[in-house]
Every structure is written in C-alpha cells, then in structure tokens.
Ligand binder design. Structure first.
Ligand code: PXP
Length: 241
C-alpha cells in the first residue's frame, strides 16, 4: 500500500503570513526522500493554500508523481491539461467548507464529471474520483470510465472507535470489494492520522492512502521527514507488506 503525502497545509502555513517559507518544494522533495510514493496537492478555487505557480514549480521536480486534486470546473480542467500531472483526483468543492467535506455526487453530476474526466483521460492523465463508500456512486464512476476511485474516509475518521465506526468500516470494506470487482484501482483518504490509520491500512485492496493534515501536524514535533517516515512505516506494518 502506497502513501501519497498531501502538502496543502505546508502552503496553508506560508499563506497565513504571505511569506516565501515554508517551501513547498522542500516539503515535496523531502517527503519523497522519506518514502512518499506520490505528492498530492489541491488547487482550490479560492487559492487558500496552493497557488498556480506552486504547481508549475513542483511539476518538473517531483520524482514520484503528482496527484492534483481539483473540482471539475473549466478553469481547473484547463490548468490540469496545461500542467499534465500524472494523476488528477476530482473532488467536490464548496467555498465555505473548511476542507473537502463529502464525496463527489457522480450520480447527480454524471454528465459534467464524465465530460471533464474524458478530456483529462484523452490527454493521458489518470483520473480518480473522490467518492463516499457508496455502491451507487461507484457504479456511476464505472460508467464514467475512470480507472481509479478514492474512497472518502472522513466519516470514518470523525467517529470514535466503537460500533458506529465498525459499521462504517464494513461499509468501506464492501465498497472497496465492489470497486475491485469492477476493475477499479482503489485509493482512500481524508482525516486519517497515526491513531486511526490501522483499520484502513489493514484493508486488502487499497492501492494508496492520501494523508496530509495529520502528517503536517505531527511534523511540528518530530520533523517533517520523520513524520512522513512514521506514517509510511505504520502503513507498511498494518498492510502486512
Ligand atoms: N484525499 C483527498 C481527495 C482530499 O481532498 C484530501 C484533503 O485535501 C485528502 C485526501 C487528505 O486529507 P487529510 O488532510 O485530512 O489527510
């Protein structure tokens, strides 16, 4: 199981003061040295953390691969087609949200999402859809022709260990099984941290976990590379690699 390190909140820290530090380039390159299998970033419509120029500066330097999260808007599709990241993960976006709060409604926005995804796939970009562990959404993702989905683990992450969380884990398991049977590559992420990653990393069939906020936060105490290394070794241990 791979680890995609989301570096958005390195940029959040920088944007808080409008400084040039902390460097997102350093963050990406050091994360890769520490074991990251990909570098994930989200270009939000309001540019609250990553800026367009960050993406262009990073693209030629990233040694692993760039996973660009974006909303399926015309502006973002144009940027992705110009930048050509290896992966694009389409996410829903609302300006007022604190973070990506739900999965894409592929059922409700099928034509828009399929059109956006087709354009990127035609350029050679691998497209993933960020969706809730909901079979009906996965069915639509299959119909949209994408090869990858990312299961939103935010609901799981918000629950304390106990029956409700166990139930959510069963739902996630079933969703992953279903997606795999349909031939999709399955990633997962959102809200995962050092104390709740075990049950998710133990699920067979997940290709990559995308984790950001917890790693950036932990880095304050142990250093950035160590924070990445620790998460990577937990994933390795729990996924039985
Ligand atoms: N995956 C996707 C699609 C996301 O939008 C995010 C947050 O940007 C993450 C993973 C990482 O979430 P977190 O920062 O909570 O680890």
């Amino acid at each position: 199981m791979k680890l995609g390190v989301n570096i958005d909140h390195i940029a959040t820290l920088r944007q808080a003061r409008g400084t040039t530090y902390p460097s997102i380039i350093d963050a990406a390159l050091r994360a890769e040295k520490a074991g990251a299998d990909s570098i994930t970033l989200h270009l939000r419509e309001d540019r609250r953390h990553m800026q367009d120029e960050d993406l262009y500066a990073l693209k030629p330097l990233i040694q692993t691969k760039m996973n660009l999260e974006l909303a399926p808007t015309e502006e973002m599709i144009q940027i992705a087609m110009d930048l050509m990241p290896e992966d694009v993960c389409m996410v829903p976006e609302r300006r007022e949200e604190r973070t990506t709060e739900g999965g894409l409604d592929v059922k409700g926005n099928f034509d828009l999402i399929k059109r956006a995804s087709d354009r990127l796939v035609n350029e050679g970009i691998r497209v993933s859809l960020f969706i809730a562990p909901d079979i009906s959404q996965i069915e639509k993702a299959v119909l949209a022709g994408v090869s990858v989905i990312e299961i939103h683990t935010g609901h799981y992450a918000n629950l304390e260990a106990g029956r409700a969380r166990d139930k959510e884990l069963i739902i996630i398991h079933e969703a992953i099984d279903y997606a795999q049977k349909k031939g999709l590559v399955v990633n997962a992420g959102h809200g995962l941290h050092y104390n709740n990653v075990q049950p998710i990393a133990s699920i067979k069939g997940i290709d990559e976990l995308n984790i950001g906020h917890a790693i950036v936060s932990h880095a304050l105490f142990v250093g950035w590379e160590n924070a990445v290394r620790e998460m990577k070794s937990l994933i390795k241990e729990y996924s039985g690699q």
